[in-house]
Design a protein around this ligand. Sequence first.
Ligand code: HEM
Length: 528
Amino acid sequence: MFQDITAQIADFDLLPYLTTVLGVTSIAVTIGWRWWKQKNTYNKSLQSLPSPPKHWLLGNLPQVLAAVKQKKLFRQLFDWSQQLGPMYVIWNGNNPGVILSKPKVIEDTIVNGMKDGSLIRSEQLRKAWNDISSPILIGETGAQWQWRRKAWNPEFSSSSLLKYGEIISSACLQVIEILKEAASPKEVMVDPLFVELTMRVICCLLLGIPVDRNSTSHEGPPLEVPKVYEAMSTLGYRFLRQATGEKIWMKYLPSKNSRDYWAARRYLERFLTPRVDLALRLRDQNQPDLPQVSPLFRESMLVKIAAKEPKYNRKTLIAESVLFLIAGTDTTAHTLSFALGELSLNQRVFQQARDIVDSCWQSFDCINTESLKKLAYIRAIIKETLRLYSVASGSTSLEAQRDTVIEGQVIPRGTRVSWSMLAAGRDPEVYPHPEEFLPERWLDKSKETSSLPMIDFGSGLHRCLGEHLSMLEATIMLALLLRYFDWELVNGRSSLEQLQQNLLIYPSDQMPVRFHLRNSLSQQKNYL
Ligand code: HEM
């Protein structure tokens, strides 16, 4: 009988046909079984959580992708948090993502989950980060993350950074000079101005490029701020699209997006490669014919890291430098723009900050390491700005490595856990009068301590590496602006309301501001 069937199959040449049918059926059965199993597992444990209305097959993916396209993802998550409460689920097809919006729950979840290994950086986000160029610190986890973080930690500690005070201060003074030329009263788009500031600072610290706009560096191509910024923005926006569903292989499609991605990568690689190569040659002491290098380059983080950590090679150092350019620029720049905006709309806070800065000048005649200690109120202004405009909202999410419990809710293995920083920052139970700009909430009896959760730099092991740099830079810049200028927002409150998200959240009108130079303050000492 069996022989008969085989003979018939051979006669009618059915073998290829049957193989195809069998193959297709088994793939369909496997997908269907996995879909069914996933649906039932998750449905069981996550069904008690609210969720926005969803498509039967795609889940909430269409809403998420539309929000990313409109550059409003942060807003969508915030709106859902307002409608659905502090813990809800969004579905990427059949895959759930839990969104949290209680500050303390977010903090505890990150800290404890990472400590006991139940939560690690999500695979999708890691892939998206690492595809910006090649594996980088923020895209890694476990041992691969550990050696990278260990290498960079000392460079970014608050004590190490103080030695850069003079560099940061002279970059900030360049901004003051530009504004002096423009002032009385002229409109200035402050956001691009702060982007230039922060990019010059990180390029100086990392790559040894002088902050002075008119100086050149011989170790590689000149820093062309608009071009570097455009390339970074292209890569940053692509990261967000991938983190929310776009596939990695789409970069090979013949589309405008792919062409822009490759052009941005090539541009940044051309900018960085000569400096990375030189840093690697300096690591190898026995290299003959080393070119003359500037003391600034020799002292740069790039040279130090290359010398310290032999695991870094050309490819990974280029990729890491791209990360630091991205992480070190927009974050602080947009935060400064939002702080300027809030100060102009809150005259009481403005005046209090101004009085503190003026009294620093009376005591020290400038900003220096000592006077910085007196500027706790300015740092509180930056924290309060981040509470309301958490620029890095959406840059991270975690993934459950095993079934885990958050706020009494079982979160099954494989679930993504994420948060709405915007909703967390406006939680009235934690931050009373959340819509008001009240820097005092971050000061305990005027001391620089507070029991409030400050989660905008992340939490736990992966907390932001550049936090101290960012605070130092923003403090010096704000203090100098308060010392020299009065200002007002050209578009009023709308500059703080019309926000968009590329990778980070920014003011869509670039924040036009009218500056007025304070009388009798043109010639002063600034930093010692
Ligand atoms: C207002 C300014 C900034 C904000 C709000 C911010 C926020 C964040 C957040 C939320 C994370 C994710 C932490 C996590 O995964 O849990 C992060 C990580 C990181 N940030 Fe920042 N950041 C800022 C400035 C900077 C600056 C100036 C630099 C460097 C020059 C920097 C470098 C990094 C790096 C390298 C990581 C990855 C850390 C790790 O994976 O261990 N950031 N930042």
